[in-house]
Design a protein around this ligand. Structure first.
Ligand code: GDP
Ligand code: ZN
Length: 292
């Protein structure tokens, strides 16, 4: 048997990459009986057909380290969240939303600030400081000057990455700079469904020459935050969560309570005002949701 990774699944076929080759596989009936559906990202063992050694059967699915549902993919190591520092201007509320969604998946997170050629160093450092203080790894890139591309390669190397971020920030250009033929290898499959009108996209992992994979669809963008509550919100803001144990009251929401360690950290500039403002906006949303 060979070991490999499912990089694409279409209509009951699983495309398994093993040692640089792709094998078209079906799944053994046993999985259906066990109510297990193989998914993109799965590390599997396959047995090749004797009469045609480009095809085979998925015999075994190795234990999944994690499963994302939208997009459906398993064994993801990290999310790289891309925002431009200009054109479009960064919307930090939206960035914090992406961070919350990635935190929810319990995967590593790096923020990639792109288009740094369009802003001053001061401005770049200001954005860096906000998110480095929050505990995130920050990369600064420009596909115009090539700055930071080597760093991005290092971050992607050997990992399975969801490349997330709003449209227009330069995700495709970045991936294309990292590896010019990356997008081409997939042909970005998009098929008409039987109803004709809607198109369904298939999730696909694109292989990096450096080792590792990048998901071909931007992650997280259309997801809802309905899992957020007043109680759990702080967990998604690492710097707020780590301060919260010093608050006078247990269950402090860091809003209007006296003796709030988070608020004093904001006043002393230890926690970014911007992050705190966004925390309060998400808190308000969570309170509104509870009412309904
Ligand atoms: P996506 O929607 O996130 O995939 O964004 P694209 O890769 O399509 O890029 C959107 C636009 O931004 C294109 O016109 C790119 O040429 C431009 N762009 C991408 N990266 C940079 C950069 O680092 N600096 C500048 N000035 N423009 C960039
Ligand atoms: Zn507090």
């Amino acid at each position: 048997m060979l070991e490999g990774k499912i990089v694409k699944g279409i209509g009951g076929f699983y495309y398994v990459k093993s040692d640089g080759e792709i094998y078209e596989c079906r799944a053994r009936g046993i999985f259906r009986k066990q109510d297990i559906v193989p998914m993109v990202g799965d590390d599997v063992k396959i047995r090749l057909n004797k009469e045609d050694e480009t095809t085979g059967y998925v015999e075994e699915i190795l234990e999944r380290r994690n499963e994302l549902f939208r997009p459906p993919v398993s064994n993801v190591d990290q999310a790289v969240i891309v925002f431009a520092l200009r054109s479009p201007d960064p919307n930090l509320w939206l960035l914090d939303k992406f961070l919350i969604l990635a935190e929810e998946q319990e995967i590593d997170i790096a923020i990639c600030f792109n288009k740094i050629d369009l802003v001053s160093d001061e401005e770049k450092l200001e954005y860096n400081r906000i998110y480095e203080n929050a505990g995130y790894r920050v990369l600064n890139t420009s596909t115009e000057t090539g700055e930071g591309i080597e760093c991005l390669r290092e971050v992607l190397s050997g990992k399975t990455t969801v490349f997330a971020g709003p449209s227009g920030v330069g995700k495709s250009t970045l991936l294309n700079t990292v590896q010019p033929d990356l997008k081409l290898q997939t042909g970005s499959v998009s098929e008409k469904t039987s109803r004709g009108k809607h198109t369904t996209r298939h999730v696909e992992l694109m292989s990096l020459e450096l080792g590792g994979y990048v998901l071909d669809t931007p992650g997280f963008s259309s997801l809802e935050l309905d899992f957020l509550t007043e109680e759990n919100l702080e967990v998604y803001f690492p710097e707020i969560y780590s301060k919260s144990e010093d608050c006078r009251f247990r269950g402090c929401r860091h809003n209007k309570e006296p003796g709030c360690a988070v608020k004093s950290a904001v006043e002393q500039g230890e926690i970014s005002e911007k992050r705190y403002e966004n925390y309060l906006l998400f808190l308000k949303d969570a309170m509104e949701r509870r009412k309904y």
